[in-house]
Design a protein around this ligand. Structure first.
Ligand code: KG4
Ligand code: ZN
Length: 339
């Protein structure tokens, strides 16, 4: 029997709704909030207000684009956390109201697991390669940098995590220092293509085990620019591409180093990447090249599933629906998970 799931994502600054039938994506609508650009970062209060405005049109469009009627929805998956509480509240409350009115169960989804399970979505015209269990997933976004050992649909273990900033944060903060617009990751990615990655050297973190640290890089980048600009106020402008390429290559080296270590330590050669930073062309090329060298099967997500989207929430919800793992009506969003 077909199972049709509506997914709702509102953890940060994108309001998204998606419909999945079994593992096939029928629609995935994302309203990105432009309002934060002029502030150089997400303003939580403005984010929740924009979600409030966007949520009904986004869900309505997702259902229409899927070519279904609301009565065909078997379950509603929503992001419970982690994320901004005011933003999450909008999605969670709406999911509850809709689940009540349609008389269908709800599935609470961990946003990070959603990113990982984006690898199990199929498109209407083609199946995508799915990692085989157990696999390692390098999950790199604006809020998280983790290496996750994914044992099956329900069981996973974080084997490495950042002790301070996330990789996406490092991209965004360094971009801000260079006067680039928010979010800085995609802008650095684009500029880096024209630059020399070996031109400048920045501090690489030395952290034990499989953990990451990116706050030192941000500081060393800031001090480096401050020193250079004392002699040459146009330093950033004149060296933008090389700065971006060098910074990006430092972040990629750091990410890859621990990923290789994890693959060896756990003797796993199924390697996936996910999250907003997995859209980075340099990271994608580097993981693919490393995979060829080491005989990994590498899984790079479709671009549209890298940054926040509800398709990943819907597919994770589909697996939970199959297991009968439903959320109670009094469930509350959580800004952090696992604390
Ligand atoms: O997964 P995501 O949309 O939201 C979170 O869950 O955090 O990730 C957003 C992050 C931002 O930091 C953004 O700069 C980064 O992903 N990002 C990129 C690229 N595209 C998005 N970073 C580097 N290169 C990109 N192409
Ligand atoms: Zn995310």
């Amino acid at each position: 029997m077909d199972i049709t799931i509506l997914g709702i994502e509102s953890s940060c600054d994108d309001t998204s709704a998606a419909v999945i039938r079994n593992t096939t994506l029928l629609s995935n609508v994302i309203a990105s909030q432009e309002v934060h650009r002029k502030y150089g970062g997400v303003i939580p209060e403005l984010a929740s207000r924009a979600h409030q405005q966007n949520i009904i049109p986004v869900i309505d469009t997702a259902i229409k684009e899927a070519g279904i009627s609301a009565s065909e929805i078997d379950g509603i998956a929503f992001t419970r956390g982690p994320g901004l509480l005011g933003s999450l509240l909008v999605g969670v409350s709406f999911a509850k109201g809709l689940a009540l009115s349609l008389d269908v169960p709800m599935m609470e989804i961990n946003h990070l697991q959603g990113h990982i399970f984006s690898h199990f979505i199929d498109l209407p015209d083609r199946e995508l390669p799915h990692p085989r269990f157990p696999f390692l997933c390098l999950l790199v976004s604006g809020g998280h940098s983790q290496i996750v050992l994914v044992k099956d649909y329900a069981e996973m273990e974080i084997i490495g995590t950042t002790i301070d900033d996330a990789a996406g944060e490092a991209f965004d903060k360094c971009a801000k220092v260079m006067g680039l617009p928010y979010p800085g990751g995609p802008v650095i990615d684009r500029l880096a293509k024209e630059g020399a990655p070996q031109r400048f050297k920045f501090a690489k973190p030395s952290v034990d085990g499989l953990d990451y640290s990116f706050s030192g890089l941000k500081t060393s980048f800031l001090y480096f620019l401050r020193d250079e600009m004392r002699d040459n106020p146009d330093f950033i402008e004149q060296n933008k591409a090389d700065l971006c390429a060098s910074l990006q290559s430092t972040i990629i080296d750091t990410l890859l180093n621990k990923l290789v270590k994890a693959a060896k330590q756990y003797d796993i050669d199924e390697i996936a990447i996910a999250g907003g930073v997995s859209a980075n062309s340099g990271l994608r090329n580097a993981v693919a090249a490393e995979g060829r060298k080491r005989g990994w099967n590498t899984y790079l997500p479709e671009f549209k599933f890298t940054t926040d989207n509800a398709a990943m929430i819907a597919i994770t919800g589909y697996f939970k629906y199959q297991r009968g793992e439903f959320a109670p009506m009094d469930i509350a969003p959580v800004s952090r998970i696992g604390d």
